[in-house]
Ligand binder design. Sequence first.
Ligand code: FE2
Ligand code: FE2
Length: 215
Amino acid sequence: MPTITDAQRWYPADDPVHGWDHILRVYHLVEHLARAEHADLEIVHAAALLHDVQDEHPSQPGRSESRATHHMSSASFARHWLEAEGWTAERITAVEHCIRAHRFRDQRESPQTIEAQVLFDADKLDAIGAIGIARAVAHAASHGQPIYAEPSEAFLNSGNPEPGEPHSAYHEYMFKLRKIKDRLYTPTGRLYADERHRFMVEYFIRLQSELAGLA
Ligand SMILES: [Fe+2]
Ligand SMILES: [Fe+2]
């Protein structure tokens, strides 16, 4: 089992979106969800610590080939790490499945086990609510994008921006974040998501009112 100290070395402290803080929050969330959903704690803990290990980070350019495949490369990293620790093939496969199935934008491998569903839900809960808003704003700012811009019809339908269209934090909310609560798998994850979703929707309504000078 990788320890917290092992994992802390794999992630940067200065990435507010996919850095160490995110991993630690997901680690604690999987623990709550796993206890409520009777999932295997060791599997979900290992999966939480390893799930973004090959992700890109602004301070570590060129760290992985692409964000789009980080779930696959992180699963391979996990296999090698757990093999070296002497885990059984069956339990390594279980962790790998959790990691390969955690990416929202890649639905080719959906979470089939309760452990994979717990990791998926925990990772997505960290993308909504108060922390989700903070991460969306931080992501936009670190990519030179605005907090708010009105999304085009084309973007809302396809997720592809028109030429010159920014990808604001509000774009991320409209295309992904507001849909997350309906994509969660476990009853406990959905329960947590309800309050986080309500708060996030209220925030973006309020943001629009303030930007329009109405509040
Ligand atoms: Fe990820
Ligand atoms: Fe993640």
